[in-house]
Design a binder for this molecule. Sequence first.
Ligand SMILES: C[S@@+](CC[C@H](N)C(=O)[O-])C[C@H]1O[C@@H](n2cnc3c(N)ncnc32)[C@H](O)[C@@H]1O
Length: 224
Amino acid sequence: MSEAIDRNSFSTIKTSHGLDGNSDALKNYYAKWASNYDDDVENQKYIAPSIITDLSLLVTRSYLHKKPQQTTVLDAGCGTGLVGVNLKKRGFGRVDGFDLSSEMTDIAKSTEAYFALKGGVDLNRDQPNWFGRTYELLVCCGVLTLGHVAPTSLRRLANYLEPGGCMIVSTRNSYLADGSFAEVSAQLQAEGVLNELFCVPDAWYIEEEGAHYWIYQRCGAPKE
Ligand SMILES: C[S@@+](CC[C@H](N)C(=O)[O-])C[C@H]1O[C@@H](n2cnc3c(N)ncnc32)[C@H](O)[C@@H]1O
């Protein structure tokens, strides 16, 4: 029988970082954690969803030249919907979301912030485009983190973007330590898939440590 989840919010988050990107272990862990997730991350001053929302507004105006109401957004690894709720409050009209954990997307659904949602989507594997469409803006908050999703998933995320579409991705500082994210990022830029627009380095993320927020644009001319 699997063990019950720790009720100390710091160690609950820490334990999730030791799951080695193993999809079954992550699914089981989040299935048990889902109902307490929001309280635990709030206890640890997890502010990344609101920073990603602020950046989404900036990027939408500055690079997509659109109003939030007109912008299609994908929240990759949406969890319980913390980012979607923030985006909706700030005027974004259509936000779709997916996550590995159906228990997390069930909670996201209850927020009514999302248009379409899908559980069971694994960013560590090549899978079909679940929504059969691409997006002008993609946000990925708290997912490229230790023990979760590998840097190679950046290419899978890029495939969800329209040409000219923008992506905002957080990486915890400790996630960057082995340099493989930088390698994947450089490779995608050398191949002409993504262009890094800017980075907000070592910014506030959660009490334990900061994160970088990376802003990329999918190469190619935007649709008229
Ligand atoms: C720290 S939570 C972040 C959730 C949400 N974006 C937020 O900021 O609150 C990490 C999320 O990544 C999801 N996840 C873990 N491994 C994944 C994978 N291989 N593919 C897709 N999502 C994954 C988890 O289910 C969880 O919802």
